[in-house]
Design a protein around this ligand. Structure first.
Ligand SMILES: NC(=O)c1ccc[n+]([C@@H]2O[C@H](COP(=O)([O-])OP(=O)(O)OC[C@H]3O[C@@H](n4cnc5c(N)ncnc54)[C@H](OP(=O)(O)O)[C@@H]3O)[C@@H](O)[C@H]2O)c1
Length: 335
């Protein structure tokens, strides 16, 4: 089975299913370094070559550094160049000077054992603090100097993304929450991105695992039953969307669509997001060494959802609350 790839930029091809590393940062079970690195190797061997991480995801950048060093010594630097590692810079509010930006990039380069960062995704907490323009201008200089291959954003809304492009700062992608539960990107972000050539990388596509057979017919999970921070976060999103009763209706419909295609609920859920206009890739959280969904994930690339499947999904979604109205545009849930 060949995995779908996408040209995020002319010199940057990605696997459309990216491996997310937030799950190694704590709150998702104890991650064993040796097993995690073995699992990274197994994912890459199966063609899942693209990784999403961040400066604040615990040891994620160090795991990548270790993995890259090993891979280079076993397979050579040319082979290493066919893998992609996308990190983020999530600075605390403060002066965004050239030295501050350079130091952040240098730290990621050192930890990830990379002279050039494939993609640096910038996050900013407070739009009222307009120093994000300073930070991005310095990052663009670092990109032009070769420290970063491409510059990207995470959790920016459409208005600010447009403002950044208006200043002539080239951005290849914006990473946002996008799922059958959270369809806010369809309202403004995705149409704007398509018009302006910015790509979306989507996370939350299986809601931490809530969008799976495990929760079909399951009583509403609360408290310690939600045993990862990802499940806790997306359960709050399900509550805002329409609650557990409506979520069960959605799972039931997804289960029958999945059965028709001979796949699972997560596969249908991810396929739906991947097929949204403007979406370049979906990032799935990997609990490296604790769980492994590679075999099921590969089936994703053979599934084509029919118009009838989409209509059945939309019928349930039409009963949900309008999250764009209650939360706002992409990223507003973080602010
Ligand atoms: N930019 C941001 O603000 C932001 C925010 C959140 C996430 N992210 C990125 O997106 C990634 C995704 O994380 P997420 O929290 O949104 O989680 P997610 O991808 O929605 O959920 C991942 C979990 O889904 C479960 N799962 C069930 N069936 C699966 C299947 N067939 N394939 C894969 N997983 C399946 C797994 O749980 P089990 O391990 O229990 O099987 C897995 O740990 C993160 O690692 C991070 O890179 C970015």
């Amino acid at each position: 089975m060949s995995l779908e790839r996408f040209a995020l930029a002319p010199d940057l091809s990605i696997c459309r299913l990216l491996n997310g590393m937030w799950q190694v940062s704590g709150g998702h079970g104890r991650i064993d370094r040796t097993k995690a690195l073995e699992s990274m190797a197994a994912h890459v061997a199966d063609g899942f070559t693209t990784w999403d991480l961040a400066d604040h995801y615990g040891p994620a950048e160090d795991f990548v550094g270790e993995y890259r060093r090993r891979y280079s010594s076993e397979h050579g630097d040319a082979a290493l160049a066919s893998l992609q590692f996308f990190t983020k810079w999530v600075p605390r509010p403060g002066p965004m000077t050239g030295p501050v930006a350079s130091a952040a990039v240098a730290t990621s380069q050192r930890r990830m054992a990379a002279t050039t960062l494939d993609l640096l995704q910038f996050h900013w907490w407070d739009y009222a603090d307009r120093r994000y323009f300073d930070a991005l201008a310095h990052l663009a200089e670092l990109r032009d100097a070769g420290a970063i291959r491409h510059l990207a954003l995470t959790n920016f809304d459409t208005e600010r993304l447009a403002g950044i492009l208006d200043r002539g700062i080239g951005i290849v992608s914006n990473q946002v929450q996008f799922s059958l539960i959270d369809r806010r990107p369809e309202v403004r972000m995705a149409p704007w991105c398509r018009e302006h050539g910015v790509h979306l990388l989507a996370y939350g596509a299986v809601c931490g695992g809530l969008l799976s057979e495990r929760y079909l017919g399951h009583p509403e999970p609360r408290g310690s039953a939600l045993d990862t921070v990802s499940l806790q976060k997306y359960k709050r999103m399900v509550d805002a969307w329409g609650g557990w009763g409506l979520f069960q209706e959605l799972l039931t419909v997804l289960s029958s669509i999945a059965a028709r295609h001979g796949v699972s609920i997560p596969t249908v859920s991810v396929r739906w997001v991947l097929d949204r206009p403007g979406v370049a890739g979906v990032i799935l959280g990997r609990r490296l060494g604790l769980s492994d969904h590679r075999a099921e994930n590969a089936k994703l690339f053979a599934v084509r959802l029919a118009a009838e499947d989409l209509a059945r999904i939309d019928e349930v979604a039409s009963k949900s609350h309008d999250l764009f109205r209650s939360i706002g545009d992409c990223g507003d849930e973080h602010r």
